[in-house]
Ligand binder design. Sequence first.
Ligand code: EPZ
Length: 447
Amino acid sequence: MADARPFHWEYDAPAVAPERFLVTGGSPLEGTIRVSGAKNAALKMLAAATLTGERCRFTNVPEIEDVRAMTETLSDLGVVVDHPAPNTYEVSAGDVDWLFVPLEAAAKMRASFMLLGPLLSRFGEVVISNPGGDRIGRRPVDLHVDAMRALGATIDYRYGYYYAKSNGRLRGSEIRFPIVSVMGTENAMLAATLADGQTVIRPAAQEPEVDDLIAFLQKMGADVERTYPDTIEVNGKRRLRGAEHSVMPDRIEAGTFAIAAGVTGGHVILEGTDCDTMNALVEVMGNAGLSVSCGPGRMEVDARGLGPGGIKPVDVETGPYPALATDIQPPTTVLLTQANGDSKVHEAIFEDRLEWTGELAKMGARIDLNGPQRAIIHGPSKLHAATVEISDLRAGASLILAALAAKGTSSIGGAHHVRRGYENIERKFLDLGARIERVQEGGSKPA
Ligand code: EPZ
């Protein structure tokens, strides 16, 4: 029988040597790269695999630090995780030893909280710490907790831990979210798959990663369906079975490299993705004057010959899908520094997701913040090399983009943030002709 009692976790934090990216910019990126599997789909599927005692197999999983952290957390709970080949993971949660997700595991990423719904629903109890994650603003978990309560769970919060219990099976229910939440929707949906009766989730997040998770759950035998764009219906089953799934391509990674072509005046072909999940970004890039062509399993961005000032200013606003993703706002902001005029950026999802533009300004960008969530980008700016620090994953990738557009060699600290979510980012940039290396603080190359 698994144990949900919290205990003092003897945790030896691994000594992570701080690393920096050294990036020499000023030349156009050209070439073809293959897009990796989506972080924000893979992490949820790894958590969803605990809904069954049978083996689940995932391919096209990105080899990133967040996946490593999630699989380590699962192993610590007693789940068997195999990694038989690169990008392939097998998860067997026949039984678990602990129904306790400690702070040290949870602090590594927000997606750790995705274990709440499945463990509570299958085992009837779990103790889980407040999650960590990127520092991009307040990121409460009240909507997750309210959704579990709507399904009949009792949840107490004490000293940073949620003590969740169900009295027998959770009960299907109507879950009405006051705002759209990606992980809130996903946690509710995972919990509902094993609940007694029908659950209706509204408004449900419409992000493509949610639909990829639905596709995986259906393979597990779950009765879950998006019945309207903003509505997901689940009819709970007593058991789910093991399943195999190939994770969808990462649209944020694809968008980051697409914008790399734009900011460097280059030409990049992305394989393994299509534009269907990126319509809002394709529209922004088109309005900015970039040539974007889309085909099955392929996206091509050509900014050659645009010349100085050839990029047009565009006003952008982020929002829940299908609007422009908040995760692609930082790279888009870098693109707009090269536009011929003023662009407005409204970050409507996270309150501190423009803070990193202070670092971008150190590279010569001219940005006026109008409150924490609105900025005016005065373009075009001749970016120059600088020493800057990464505060979160997408800001990190965006500082690399800015450095690639800048003359000289920039030194970008906090490389570990980027490695959390981008598979082999230096290799991919090198394949496009970039000059980039990752070094340990002090200069030596990492092993
Ligand atoms: C997911 O976070 C992604 N993370 C984020 O990606 C992404 O930026 C975000 O969705 C929005 O698209 C993962 O999938 C692991 P939300 P999530 O709940 O689900 C508020 C990246 O760079 N809110 O949709 O945590 C919240 O503060 C990352 O890959 C509450 O108020 O985001 C925000 O303003 C960063 N209470 C809004 O809802 C809650 O309980 C939307 O957040 C939950 C959220």
